[in-house]
Design a protein around this ligand. Structure first.
Ligand SMILES: Nc1nc2c(c(=O)[nH]1)N[C@H]1C(S)=C(S)[C@@H](COP(=O)(O)OP(=O)(O)OC[C@H]3O[C@@H](n4cnc5c(N)ncnc54)[C@H](O)[C@@H]3O)O[C@H]1N2
Ligand code: MOO
Length: 408
C-alpha cells in the first residue's frame, strides 16, 4: 500500500495545467491569466476634474481673492467646446474633461459663486491642483497585468476599465461529482429503513465551489454495473471525476471494475491513510482537446471523502489551474493530551483548539473532539482541524509538538 506522499506524487504526476481558453471577463474571478494584457487607451483618456468646482488658468489668479467670468458648464460625460478665455472660469463637475488650457480646478467650497462670475477665495493654488492628467493612471500600450497572475476583484476592475471584456485564462476545471450506492436518497428526502441521505455530494460540490469551481453532480447511481457504466461514462467527459463510495471490498463495490471497463487506467488503489484508506485513483481515456480525466474513487464515509479531497484532490486542482500545488498547510500545534498511536496509517484526528487566548503567532494547543470514526461528520463540525499522526507507531506526550491541518 502506498504511503501518503507517494500517492500524492502519483496523482500530481498525472496532473497538468488545462489548456488556455478565451473567456468572458465576468466569469474569470480567481482564474490565472494566461497572457499579458495591454492598455488599449490612455487612462484617464482626457485631463479630468477630480472635484466639483471651477476650471481655471492659474495665471489668472495672482493675488487672491479674485473674480473670474463664468463661461460654459461641463458635466461628467460632456466635452468642453473651447479653451478658457483670459479671466474666465468654467463650471465643472468631478470626472468631466477640462478645457484644454485649464491647469487647475478650484473646489466649489473655496469660492463664492455669483450669477455670471465666481469669486475665487484666498487659498494656495498651483497648476495641476485637482486635475488628473490624461494618461496619469496608464498610457495606451502599457502592460496592465502580466500573464500568470490570479484575477482578483481589483484586477478584474482594471481589466474592465481597459475594455478587456474577454481574457485568456488557464481554463477552469470541470468536475463531476458522482454519488453511488443503493442506500442513498436525496438529502431533501426522508430516508426509508436502511437508507441514508446523500450528504457527501453536497459537501464535495461546496469544497469545489469554495475554490471557485462549478461542478456537475450526477444523479445517485445504483450499485449495478450497467447503471454505473452509463453514469460514469458521462462523468468521464469532465476534467476531474469524484466518485463517491463503492471502492472498498464489499459485494457491491463495483466502482473500480466499472472504471477499468470504461478505459480508466488504475494508478493506485488504497493508501496508508485514515480515514480514506480505500481511495482509488486512475486516469481516464485520452480526449481530443483536454488532458484525460483524473478519476478519484473516494470512500463513501464522509470524513474519508473530506480528508482525501484535502490531501489528494485539492493539490491536483491547483496544478490543473496552472498554479503550483499549494502545500497542505500543516502547522505545528501542541497536543493537550497523551496519544498512543498504534497504526501504520497516517491518521487525521479531528481536534479543537483549546487555548482561545493565545497570541496569533504561537502554535495552538489542540485536543481531540469526541469522534465516532469516519462516518461521524458531526465531529468535524466541533473541530478546528485535524491532528496528523504519522504512518508508524508513536506516542505523543502532552505538550509535544504535532502536525495540525486547520479546517476552513
Ligand atoms: N473488508 C473491508 N471493508 C471495508 C474496508 C476494507 O478495507 N475492507 N474499508 C473500510 C473503509 S476504511 C471505508 S472508508 C469504507 C469505504 O467504503 P466504500 O468506499 O466502498 O463506500 P461504501 O461502502 O459505498 O460506503 C461507506 C459508507 O459511507 C456511506 N456513504 C456512501 N456514500 C455516501 C454519500 N454520498 N453520502 C453519505 N454517506 C455515504 C455509506 O452508506 C456507508 O455507510 O469501507 C470500509 N469497509
Ligand atoms: O477510510 Mo475509512 O474512512 O477509515 O473508515
Amino acid at each position: 500500500m502506498l504511503r501518503v506522499p507517494e500517492a500524492l506524487a502519483r496523482v500530481l504526476e498525472h496532473a497538468a495545467p488545462l489548456p488556455v481558453a478565451e473567456r468572458p471577463l465576468e466569469n474569470c474571478l480567481g482564474r490565472r491569466l494566461a497572457a499579458d494584457v495591454w492598455a488599449d487607451a490612455d487612462q484617464p483618456p482626457f485631463d479630468k476634474a477630480l472635484v466639483d468646482g471651477f476650471a481655471v488658468r492659474c495665471e489668472d489668479l495672482e493675488g487672491l481673492p479674485k473674480r473670474l467670468r463664468l463661461g460654459e458648464t461641463i458635466l461628467a460625460g460632456q466635452v468642453p467646446s473651447r479653451p478658457l478665455a483670459p479671466g474666465e472660469a468654467a463650471t465643472i463637475m468631478t470626472g468631466a474633461p477640462l478645457p484644454s488650457n485649464a491647469d487647475a480646478v478650484v473646489m466649489v467650497e473655496r469660492t463664492a459663486p455669483g450669477f455670471d462670475s465666481v469669486e475665487i477665495l484666498e487659498q494656495a493654488i498651483k497648476p495641476g491642483m485637482n486635475r488628473l492628467p490624461r494618461g496619469r493612471v496608464y498610457r495606451a500600450g502599457d502592460r496592465l497585468l502580466e500573464g500568470g497572475v490570479e484575477l482578483t476583484p481589483a484586477r478584474m476592475g482594471l481589466l474592465a476599465a481597459a475594455g478587456a471584456s474577454r481574457v485568456r485564462i488557464v481554463d477552469w476545471t470541470r468536475s463531476a461529482v458522482v454519488p453511488t450506492g443503493d442506500e442513498l436518497v436525496d438529502f431533501r428526502e426522508v430516508p426509508g429503513p436502511g437508507r441514508i441521505r446523500n450528504s457527501n455530494a453536497l459537501m464535495l460540490e461546496t469544497l469545489l465551489a469554495r475554490r471557485g469551481l462549478a461542478s456537475w453532480t450526477s444523479p445517485i447511481l445504483r450499485d449495478e454495473a450497467d447503471v454505473l457504466r452509463n453514469g460514469l461514462k458521462r462523468a468521464l467527459e469532465l476534467d476531474v471525476v469524484l466518485v463517491i463510495g463503492g471502492v472498498s471490498a464489499g459485494q457491491k463495490d463495483l466502482v473500480p471494475a466499472t472504471l477499468r471497463e470504461l478505459g480508466v487506467r488504475e494508478v493506485f488503489h488504497k493508501v496508508r491513510i485514515k480515514p480514506g484508506k480505500p481511495l482509488w485513483f486512475g486516469v481516464g481515456p485520452a480526449r481530443s482537446e483536454r488532458p484525460p480525466a483524473l478519476v478519484f474513487g473516494l470512500p463513501g464515509n464522509p470524513l474519508s471523502g473530506l480528508v482525501n479531497f484535502l490531501i489528494f484532490v485539492a493539490p491536483a486542482l491547483d496544478v490543473l489551474d496552472g498554479r503550483p500545488a499549494r502545500g497542505l498547510g500543516i502547522l505545528p500545534a501542541y497536543s493537550a493530551v497523551r496519544l498512543e498511536h498504534r497504526s501504520d496509517l497516517e491518521t487525521y484526528l479531528p481536534v479543537r483548539i483549546v487555548d482561545a487566548h493565545r497570541t496569533p503567532t504561537a502554535p495552538p494547543t489542540v485536543e481531540p473532539v469526541d469522534y465516532g470514526g469516519s462516518a461521524d461528520l458531526a465531529s468535524v463540525v466541533r473541530a478546528d482541524g485535524f491532528l496528523v499522526l504519522p504512518d508508524r507507531e508513536t506516542t505523543v506526550e502532552p505538550g509535544e509538538i504535532v502536525g495540525f491541518l486547520p479546517l476552513d
